[in-house]
Design a protein around this ligand. Structure first.
Ligand code: ADP
Ligand code: MG
Length: 282
């Protein structure tokens, strides 16, 4: 569990061989504080800077301006305390499921902070069980379905018990039913561990279903447009929540915010009227 402070963050990408004038501003003056143990989701249109932000939080990319503090310490590079799960199953194809989970534990062990070999095997198996993968420990990624591979990726991210879990559209490549299963699995894990989670998605329903707060991003440049507290009574079952009026209200509010921030051509007040899509109340 950890508090994340994002202060006046900016990120520009320079087009190679050109001057700063033609830089792409992916993120501009972004301020955000994510609480210890929070499940925070971030939704925004394609290209608005979500992955750029996540990469900076992970320490995989450096900001052009501003800074990110985790528990008061500036992020200056990748750390096992901040695990990342990407959309594509970043598993090693030549390693079994259990060996893929052990990879992170091994690098921890090399730094003298980890478990011995048998401890690592036990821990990896524990986390494969946690994500519902007992029985497939010795299978290779190509022998697993997409949903199972993403479960392995989640087990790997969690096995070394990071303070922060960073997820970049982790379920976007899965079919709807598998996606809903993994959403519930993730909520279940979060309820048990209270790991701080930053979850990026372009799915409005997914953002509302998972997040305690949903940040809506606008694009060009990427900024936080609004943050919405999600309060849904009685999380009984998937169907219950998603069919409540409150859920529809949140969904509609976020949908509206996203369409207000649609870039260029579709952004005039006149053409915006034509953006009402079927199934979403106008
Ligand atoms: P999202 O994840 O929300 O779809 P990204 O963070 O990937 O958006 O991209 C934000 C903006 O930054 C886009 O305009 C994209 O083209 C640009 N961008 C991202 N990565 C690079 C890069 N390595 N070089 C140049 N431009 C980039
Ligand atoms: Mg992205």
């Amino acid at each position: 569990m950890s508090t994340i402070e994002i202060k006046n963050l900016g990120k520009k990408f320079l087009r190679s061989g050109s001057s700063e004038d033609t830089a792409v501003t992916a993120i501009e003056s972004l301020d955000l504080r994510i609480q210890d143990g929070e499940f925070f989701t971030l939704v925004g249109p394609s290209g608005c800077g979500k992955s750029t932000l996540l990469d900076i939080l992970a320490g995989l990319a450096a900001p052009t301006s501003g800074e990110v503090l985790v528990d008061g310490e500036p992020v200056s590079g990748p750390s096992l305390e901040r695990s990342v799960v990407f959309q594509q199953y970043a598993l090693f194809p030549w390693l079994t499921a259990v060996a893929n989970v052990e990879v992170g534990l091994e690098s921890q062990a090399r730094r003298g902070r980890g478990l011995d070999k048998s401890g690592r095997r036990i821990r990896a198996n524990e986390y494969l069980r946690l994500v519902g993968l007992q029985g497939v420990e010795d299978k290779y990624p190509h022998e697993l379905s997409g949903g199972m591979r993403q479960r392995v990726a989640i087990a790997r991210a969690l096995a070394h018990e990071p303070k922060v879990l960073l997820m970049d559209e982790p379920f976007a490549a899965l079919d709807a039913q598998t996606r809903e299963q993994l959403q519930d699995l993730l909520l279940d894990i979060w309820n048990r561990t209270r790991t701080t989670i930053v979850f990026i998605t372009h799915g409005i329903e997914e953002a509302v279903y998972l997040g305690q707060r949903v940040a809506v991003m606008s694009s060009k440049p990427g900024r936080i447009k609004e943050i919405i507290n999600i309060e849904l009574d009685g999380r009984h079952s998937v169907d219950d929540i998603r069919s409540t009026p409150q859920f529809s209200d949140y969904r509609h509010r976020i949908w509206t915010l996203l369409h207000e921030s649609a870039p260029s051509a579709g952004n005039s007040p006149v053409s915006r009227k034509s953006l009402v899509s079927p199934g979403v109340p106008a």
